[in-house]
Write a protein that binds this ligand. Structure first.
Ligand code: PA5
Length: 466
């Protein structure tokens, strides 16, 4: 199992101005945490609660269909192109970066065991899309278009471009074989198109929000298509789920981390949450977590509709690289951050640093390993942060494999849901995002948004006048 260490957030190490009396707080919040965990587990099967993500690790049917389709198309495509944004892309980006061999797309087909190269389009920059289309042979590309709502402008605009090109290159009869759509089972434009055009489809289950959907077909399908063992991932989720059903905060690491974050924010003024894996392969876990944490917890109403303004701002970092960018600020800037390190006990490989240049100031590095250096840097950063009374917590993975990645992501999801309950907010909606989406519809001329378009134009004219 992955491990969690909160000692460097405790007042015994960093002093009571910035640290918490953590054992005292665990006792203090014991009953509330117990109620939160029981409540989540009691509500998780009820429709409309947006808690179906807690059941995804057990969805044998999805696993079966995903694996069946992946084996059916294996060897048929050189490339997999994933179209999606936010929760429809970030999970698969994070996990493929973590679990595929580094520089996957540069490996030969044999080195990739004939699994395809993988590309994600999660933005609408015309230059990058055109750049990708210049190098991709669409005839040999499987396109997985993913959108739960089925009408996200960014994803659907990408899809319109790609679909037209596919059809031009492959012809009306053949192009469909290169498309697989993942969307709601009933609603949304993509579902409508998929049924009309006869695409292969997978379902984003009901009551699973985008940012909690990585373990549905949204994430599992692209992972299986590039040969990642999705059973290993779900085994990790299930074991973590079992551990996190424990209502005793002393034995539940997601509850501990949620409470420590909540108290650091509300009592100690640490309203920035830095996630800093000491592993380049885990870099994109920070991107995925940022969306999960920010969209879930950044709210201006509590569940009783009272005005509040809560949420810790997530900050993405990676060790050791960001020791040379963020660490100065973390150590000597405002003491407003809680830093979570993710450590890896065993890297897949070892890299020896040769014993050369012994007569120079870098001679001390020779004879050590890159693994030693990574550990030394992570340890030193943690200690130096505590010297400056800066709180840190550490999550440790025995190794970066599917089993532990499943555990880690699921733990972070549960931690977010528990933190939301502590803030007394709805962690599963995103009204503040929808506002801008509606404005975009208006500006792009979507039917039904004419009035907003008029108002928006007037407001934009006012801005430019100022
Ligand atoms: O968490 C969320 O719900 C969002 O970030 C969505 O994932 C994102 O907006 C994409 O939505 P959709 O999958 O409907 O295209």
């Amino acid at each position: 199992m992955i491990k969690y260490d909160w000692r460097n957030a405790d007042e015994k190490i960093i002093g009571c101005e910035n640290g918490l009396n953590i054992n005292y707080e665990f006792e203090n919040y014991k009953e509330l945490i117990k109620n939160i965990i029981s409540d989540l587990n009691q509500r998780k099967d009820k429709p409309g609660q947006w808690l179906q993500w807690m059941n995804l690790g057990y969805n044998e049917e999805t696993l079966w269909y995903v694996k069946e389709y992946a084996s059916m198309v294996q060897g048929r495509f050189e490339n997999l192109l994933v179209l999606g944004i936010g929760g429809s892309a970030l999970g698969a980006i994070a996990i493929t970066e973590a679990l595929l061999k580094p520089y996957w797309n540069l490996l030969s087909p044999e080195q990739r065991n004939k699994y395809p190269r993988i590309f994600f389009l999660d933005n609408i920059d015309p230059d990058t899309i055109n750049g990708l289309l210049d190098i991709l042979d669409l005839k040999k590309t499987l396109v997985n278009v993913i959108t739960k709502s089925g009408d996200t402008a960014e994803t659907m605009a990408q899809f319109m471009v790609i679909k037209e090109r596919l059809e031009q290159e492959l012809g009306e009869d053949e192009y469909r074989k290169n498309i697989v759509a993942t969307t709601d089972k009933q609603t949304g434009v993509l579902r409508q198109i998929a049924e009309q055009e006869g695409y292969k489809t997978f379902v984003v289950p009901d009551d699973v929000g985008g940012r909690y959907s990585v373990f549905s077909a949204v994430g599992l399908l692209p992972l299986a298509l590039v040969g990642i063992d999705i059973d290993e991932i779900t085994n990790g989720i299930k074991d973590m789920d079992l551990a996190l059903k424990n209502t005793n905060i002393h034995e539940n690491i997601a509850a501990q981390n949620a409470l420590i974050h909540y108290l650091m924010d509300t009592q100690k003024g640490k309203n920035l949450s830095v996630l800093m894996p000491y592993s380049a392969k885990l870099k994109y876990i920070s991107d995925w977590f940022s969306q999960l944490w920010a969209e879930s917890l950044g709210k201006n109403k509590d569940i009783n509709d009272n005005d509040i303004c809560v949420g810790m701002t997530p900050v993405k970092a990676v060790g050791a690289t960001d020791q040379h960018s963020l660490l100065q600020l973390c150590n000597e800037g405002p003491n407003n951050k809680l830093i979570t390190f993710i450590r890896v006990e065993n890297f897949d490989t070892q890299l020896d640093i040769p014993k050369i240049f012994e007569y120079t100031g870098i001679g001390y590095l020779g004879g050590k390993t890159m693994n030693n250096l990574m550990d030394a840097e992570a340890d030193s950063t943690k200690v130096s942060l505590s010297d400056y009374s800066r709180p840190t917590v550490t999550v440790t993975l025995p190794k970066v494999d599917g089993y532990h990645i499943g555990q880690l992501l699921y733990m972070l999801e549960v931690q977010t849901a528990i933190a939301g309950a502590l803030y007394n907010i709805n962690s599963f909606n995103q009204p503040g995002v929808e506002q801008a989406i509606n404005y975009t519809y208006a500006l792009m001329g979507r039917a039904g948004y004419e009035d907003s378009a008029q108002t928006l134009q007037e407001r934009m004219n006012t801005f430019s006048a100022v």
